[in-house]
Design a protein around this ligand. Structure first.
Ligand code: GLN
Length: 191
């Protein structure tokens, strides 16, 4: 399976390395052509306002919406969660969400860079905790009944799933633990 990692901006390298460790080919996606060669996609952390702009100017935005609705597996982490959400608070005024998971997020809702933190998370289906690394993370303020909450921190969702879209407000590629990537690949190979 060829899995794309959106590489327009941000923290894509470590996601690609995790995929390679798990034995799948990682493809850095910078154009619609790259995107079309990918069977699943990871949208990494970074700066969601910049990525939002580049998604639209590269033409990937629409293709991504179409293929996701048709069932393409997508994992969005941190800025990726913001891009995939249905509503963004404290975003740039022209920042358009992909609207592929029915959650409302607040950018930098846990505070600014100085407030980045780590916390052990209990993730549904995992036998032991997962180290959550939060960096200027989005805060999930609302989820609809279509969304399954897979992990919470202080009563707030930090990992959610709707159909074949999974989002995390933390950075799983920084945890030195490939279980979330492995779960994503498992879901992708069964879809
Ligand atoms: N705060 C960033 C944004 O709004 C996301 C931070 C991250 O991806 N680590 O885009």
């Amino acid at each position: 399976m060829k899995v794309g990692v959106l590489a327009l901006q941000g923290a894509f390298k470590l996601h690609a390395e995790a995929l390679e460790r798990l034995g799948v080919e990682a493809l850095e996606v910078r154009s619609v052509e790259d995107f079309n060669s990918s069977e699943a996609l990871i949208i990494p952390g970074g700066e969601s306002t910049t990525m939002s702009f580049l998604l639209e100017s590269s033409g990937i935005f629409e293709s991504l919406q179409e293929r996701s609705i048709a069932g393409m597996p997508i994992l969005g982490t941190c800025a990726g969660m913001i891009l995939l959400s249905s509503k963004i608070a404290d975003g740039r005024s022209d920042q358009k969400p992909l609207n592929l998971i029915d959650i409302e997020v607040r950018r930098n809702g846990y505070g600014r860079q100085i407030n980045s933190f780590e916390s052990d998370l209990f993730i549904e289906g995992f036998e032991s905790s997962f180290r959550g690394v939060f960096i200027r993370a989005p805060l999930v303020e609302d989820v609809s009944e279509k969304v399954e909450v897979i992990a919470e921190l202080n009563g707030r969702p930090v990992m959610c799933r709707q159909d074949s879209t999974i989002v995390t407000s933390f950075h799983p590629e920084l945890a030195d633990d490939d279980r979330i990537h492995a779960e994503f690949l498992e879901m992708a190979s069964n879809s």
